[in-house]
Design a binder for this molecule. Sequence first.
Ligand SMILES: [Zn+2]
Length: 146
Amino acid sequence: MHCAEVSRNKSVVINGRKYAGHAFGRMQDQGFIPSVVENTIQNNIGLPNKYPGRVNFYDAVNNVYVVIENGEEGLDKTVESLEKMVASLLDEYLGMQDPQISEIAIVGDSTWLICPNCFDAWESMSSNSMVFCPTCEHVCHNPRFH
Ligand SMILES: [Zn+2]
């Protein structure tokens, strides 16, 4: 079972280990994706924690447990900062070559890429080493990266 705790300093604690910034790759290695935390908060009703000001969220589908420290009033802010954290972690991750991924996006034309997984095309001018398909959320190598 994964225990995830999101604190005000935008780090994520999973099973007692703290993850921040550059740790996205390590989180992936362990099968943990930041969007799982986000989904847990958005799709489940928060229950009071034994500590005042903390709210528990449990997602039975992914078996993920998330604790929000600043209570229900701060939930929107927490979700917002979590979204920013996920976006910046993803940005950082896409900037590095991932040797575990072998798939390369297909060049459609000068601005479009085609996903080798779902064959959907998206507009991308990214110069990162990895790109992210917005349809199936598949990460693959950027054919324009040199
Ligand atoms: Zn795709």
